[in-house]
Design a protein. Structure first.
Lengths: 154, 183
């Protein structure tokens, strides 16, 4: 089955239909997606700013203990609400370039965050290496957010 | 009077230009949404500290002073882009029930900030690293609730459920300030 046919099958699913046909469901999920976005921004920024020497003086590795549950929670909430939004209109998304840009940058952002940013921050310090990774992490998430908003305009 | 001003605003070339532009409106709205990460994101982290649930190893005074510049930066971005978005669609936004609720929530959040600044944080030296007092927790909870509502109501402005041409109830017409004869 091609990706397009899969999208059609998802669109016809009961879940997709329920979200699409309800007046309040899509906006409610969308609003939750945005609330989680704010939480992700805050939890990543508080660590990132400290690494870059532009925020808290507390060691970034220390901040992680508090920030990481918010970061993980926000990412989980974003993925769940994002999937629900996608399930309601997959055929439309299939044809939108911004959606694919978002999915690719999302994959990159997740890999950088969990396989580069988190381990580098945990190793400690504010050296060039961890600063570079931090910059890339911020750029990746910014790209995800911009491409995400652009889906609605394209 | 306010309505007359809004109607005048809608006739300005700036309003029409923003409204009809292919990219400018989209860029403005995207910037508005992304700035939420900076503004509400940093506020939420500070609020979790003021609630006493997270970042307890960071002194309250440092949390406030080192995060505030970023919150202010987010605020400037949001107000600028927000004003541009209003300018692009003045009349519909002015009558939007969600926009009006959003303004009320911003007002509540602003009063809360004033109370925190002029009353609650004055003796913060006494609880910089110790257990946070109840008043701090209350302010943090009000802040989280109000800004959360600002995000949700802001998103709902895009939906036309309660636009002037789709409402009939006298209460809603009153609340939205929509012309009674058209409704």
């Amino acid at each position: 089955m091609s990706i397009y046919h899969t999208a059609q099958a998802i669109e016809a699913s009961a879940l997709g239909q329920t979200i699409r046909e309800s007046t309040w469901l899509f906006p409610a999920i969308e609003a939750t997606h945005l609330l989680a976005l704010a939480l992700l921004g805050g939890s990543v920024l508080i660590i990132a700013l400290s690494v870059l020497g532009l925020g808290l003086k507390t060691a970034p590795a220390e901040l992680c203990k508090s920030a990481r549950p918010y970061m993980n929670g926000a990412i989980i909430a974003l993925l769940i609400t994002g999937i629900l939004l996608g399930v309601s209109e997959p055929v439309k998304l299939y044809g939108r370039q911004a959606f694919w840009v978002k999915m690719i940058s999302l994959a990159i952002a997740l890999v950088i965050t969990y396989f580069a940013f988190n381990p580098a921050v945990a190793r400690g310090g504010r050296g060039v290496g961890v600063r570079t990774i931090t910059g890339l992490t911020l750029a990746a998430w910014l790209m995800v957010a911009m491409a995400g908003r652009w889906i609605g305009f394209s | 009077m306010l309505e007359g001003l809004v109607n005048k605003l809608a006739e300005t070339p700036w309003s029409i230009g923003l409204h009809e532009s292919l990219y400018m409106y989209a860029i403005t709205e995207s910037t508005h949404v992304i700035s939420i990460m900076l503004f509400v994101g940093t506020i939420a982290m500070v609020d979790f500290r003021l609630l006493g649930v997270s970042y307890r190893q960071v002194p309250v005074s440092q949390m406030l002073s080192r995060m505030l510049p970023w919150t202010v930066a987010g605020f400037v971005l949001l107000v600028t882009t927000g004003a541009m978005l209003f300018l692009a669609i003045p009349i519909r936004t002015y009558h939007s029930i969600w926009f009006r609720l959003k303004c009320i929530m911003i007002l509540i959040a602003a009063v809360n900030i004033a109370v925190f600044t002029f009353k609650v944080e004055r003796d913060k030296a006494a609880w910089d690293l110790g257990p946070v007092p109840r008043k701090s927790k209350i302010c943090a909870a009000v802040s989280l609730g109000a800004w959360g509502c600002v995000i949700v109501f802001g998103r709902l402005i895009a939906y036309n459920w309660f636009d002037c041409d789709s409402i009939n109830s006298p209460t809603l017409l009153e609340l939205t300030g929509c012309p009674q004869d058209i409704g």
